[in-house]
Unconditional design. Structure first.
Length: 331
């Protein structure tokens, strides 16, 4: 019965996902919203709004409410959350109000957290709980978070990288850095501008990243034709970009990700360090899918590194699972 329904929401920098008990992930859309600036009406969210980027008249604004893992525009974040919840609750008005668990950005202030809860309640939620991102990621990656053993999780999101060591249902030690898919996209755009005097957008950078981005490992070279606007002539121009060139331009960001993982492991209690050496580290988040990243981290850290079963959906699944076990959150 829906009376026991629980909804989990992963409010991420790049994507927003919704998990419903017995149904799994029912919504997975980019965290983008299109607003009519005159009427303040929401025109589109998610993929439809993303497709409008760079193509709108002055009366329509496209907004990314979350930047670098924190809420950049709170009104827009609330509007996005309301639209997402209305999709999740569509056609369910005859049932009891569901409990909602939201995985809020780690950098959200207490005021922002309260406002997120208020926005969710206004949309028809009974109770609203917030969960820490590393715990949600570990739950979604099927790690034994409640046992007295160490679960090391690295959530490589769009705006942030969160590293957490979890034992007995709580975070023993953790670190967060503003490193993620957005930073890598910016690195690629900067490289194209500096080396080739070509201007490309975030969507092209995203395509380059998912197609030919490799961690610093040996691999068969892959090439991609990239088209952008020549900064000298102002006309469109295409070049061939290969994965070796991209390795050089992204090496600094990869080293920074490695450093934050090392820093977290250095503060791990000795009793838990043995578990990590034996069980390894689990990677979640979209950035974890960069070719060879798990292999490179394992060679640098001398610890097994594994990809979660569903890296992109781990946080949302964990948020939804915790919504089904509210006593876990109350604890």
């Amino acid at each position: 019965m829906f009376s026991s329904a629980a909804i989990g929401i992963d409010l991420g920098t790049a994507n927003t996902l919704v998990y419903i008990k017995n149904k799994g992930i029912i919504l997975n859309e980019p965290s983008v919203i299109a607003i009519n600036t005159t009427t303040k009406q929401v025109l589109a969210i998610g993929q439809k709004a993303k497709e409008m980027i760079g193509k709108t008249p002055p009366s329509i604004t496209i907004c990314h409410p979350l930047k670098d893992g924190v809420i950049a525009d709170f009104d827009m974040a609330s509007a996005l959350l309301k639209e997402v919840l209305s999709v999740a609750l569509k056609g369910r008005s005859g049932f009891k109000k569901p409990n909602v668990v939201i995985c809020a950005p780690s950098g959200a202030t207490s005021v922002e957290r309260l406002a997120i809860q208020d926005a969710a309640k206004q949309c028809g939620a009974k109770e609203v709980y917030l969960i820490d991102e590393p715990i949600a990621a570990a739950l979604g990656a099927e790690l034994p978070v409640n046992e007295p053993t160490a679960s090391a999780i690295v959530d490589l999101g769009g705006g942030t990288t969160e590293v957490g060591i979890i034992s007995l249902g709580g975070i023993v030690t953790s670190n967060t850095a503003k490193l993620g898919g957005d930073r890598i996209n910016n690195d690629i755009m900067h490289y194209m501008r500096k080396e080739y005097s070509i201007l490309i957008g975030a969507r092209t950078a995203e395509e380059i990243k998912t197609t030919i981005a490799y961690a610093p490992i040996e691999h068969a070279i892959v090439e991609l034709a990239v088209t952008g606007r020549d900064l000298v002539t102002g006309l469109p121009r295409s070049i061939q970009l290969n994965s070796l060139q991209l390795q050089d331009c992204l090496s600094e960001t990869f080293q920074a990700i490695l450093e934050i993982i090392r820093r977290t492991l250095e503060t791990c209690p000795p009793e838990l360090a043995g578990d990590i050496v034996e069980r390894g580290i689990v990677l979640t988040g979209g950035t974890a899918l960069i070719h060879g990243l798990d292999e490179w981290l394992a060679s640098e850290l001398f610890i097994p590194v594994h990809l979660a079963p569903s890296p992109l959906e781990s946080v949302a699944i964990g948020t939804g699972l915790s919504a089904e076990n509210l006593h876990f959150l109350n604890k």
